[in-house]
Design a protein around this ligand. Sequence first.
Ligand code: SER
Length: 608
Amino acid sequence: MKDLKYNEIREKYLDFFKKKGHAEIPSAPLVPENDPSVLFVNAGMFPLVPFLMGEKHPKGTRLTNSQRCVRTGDIDEAGNNFHCTSFEMLGNWSLNDYFKEEAIRYTLEFFVGELGLDINNIYASVFGGEDGIPEDKVSISTWENLFKEYGIDAKVGEGERIQKFGKKENWWGLDSGGPCGPDSEIFYDTGKEPCGENCNINCNCGKYIEIGNNVFMEYLKEGDDLKPLGRHNVDFGGGLERITAVIQKVDNVYEIDIYKPILEKIQEITEKNIDTKVNTGDMLKSQRIIVDHIKASTWIVMDGVVPSSNQQGYILRRLIRRAVRHAKKLNIKQPFTKEIAEVAIDQFSPTYPELDEKREEIIKIIEEEEIKFNNTLENGLKELENLLEQKNKISGEDAFKLYETYGLPLEVTEEILAEKNITLKERQNFFSAQEEHQEKSRTASKGLFKGGLADTSEVSVRYHTATHLLLASLRKVLGEHVYQKGSNITPERLRLDFPNESKLTSEELKQVEDLVNSAIKQELNVTFEEHPKEEALKIIEKYSSTSSFEEKYPDIVKVYYIGDKEAPFSIELCNGPHVNNTKELGKFKIVKQENIGAGVKRIKAILK
Ligand code: SER
């Protein structure tokens, strides 16, 4: 196995796929634009959904990148050996180009040929058929043939080199629908003893590490229906942290070269506050959680999020607060997030220069939340005293309320009680209350996924075109200083943020609304042209501000026109998709205007 660093593995991967005819595309920002279906980009394929559905990608049919991702579902698992809240996903895609045989061959060639993994330790899982969908015969025979080429007589079956599973393990698509299909994962056997009789490649004990997944997108899920997509796409994703852990022969991602200095920093801070009451196992877990959460926070703030009580801001707040709570467990009394964030930024800024450019701002935002939470914690302690005075005891449920309202960790509550020789009553109820709460928030966050996959549903496409009309109309009424600062679309409404010092008068709002509706009535065609970025920027220069687009867009971009190209009603750089004609939009109505601070206004509008 080659001795490679995190950044070198990424580079090798991108070079390998570029040699195989793939164009490299930039990592999209973590917060999806125009898409309500997830809070953060959680896989490399996410920003590519329109292209997986059939939109033409300006860079061709073979793409590759390393996409920064955040998985909110993994927050509670962070600190385990192989889970991180934020990570990079290496990706290669075929947009109706190559399919199963070539994809699996590339994957294996990369891992064995380029990275030098021992083929004898490689295992594969394939879709074995379920719900009337047949087993993935092509993937099975491809793996058999490839193993044979490497001199291995691979069998298919339980405990064998190629193992079949059902939909739960070997099917990939977003909950909300869209392109999906069977997948085939590749695993590396670390040589650890199996954890028991039932240990298989999907077991989480650390013997087998999943290092990549090829999704063969040949189906389309719409509601409960599954139909052929009419295209054959490949979506490969591999977690860079995990791959690095395998290459560097460490049994957890926190020890890989890029994370180690961050871990060492928190260990150094812990040393100074060492508390013999904390056992080493717990200590390490808390340290890893701090590394994970503060590093993820630096990325999230870099991408424009600030702590708040909802959506992305809430996740960020939760990450920072949880890190602070774990620091308390380590007996760290002074503010510490700055020191950790500094190292996290140093480590990742060669890849994300924006981290360094925004260093001060990022650190300040995280530190302010830390300080705020420390103050809240103090209130929590006061409340605990009050409760004790009133009832002379604290139950598990009270402890959960203290945790929920003031962020007072159970362990801290117990410690304080112990000092007063009081034991926590019905301790178990803390966990049942917590379970109930988690169930509620799980249900709430599920709701978020309803909107549809990188939402290409018809209604969202209509809202997307309406957003272009709204922006153009605002510029006509208010002036050229208006540009899209942010946009968010759900199947229920559109939302557009733009700079403007004062709130729009009701007259102005009416003018804007009328302009949009007149564009709809004129039945304008929506068309696009592809241009090299520089050229495209020149074309649209006189129509709209481009600042937010420059870094995000690839070298060849689409210019969307609404109306006659010589004198368009609207012209924007955009990936699409859009309706073909504005007559498909119906009636446009502004339902709300808000001032969201710093000279930015927000308009919400619906189509009827
Ligand atoms: N989208 C698939 C995954 O996340 C493969 O990239 O596993």
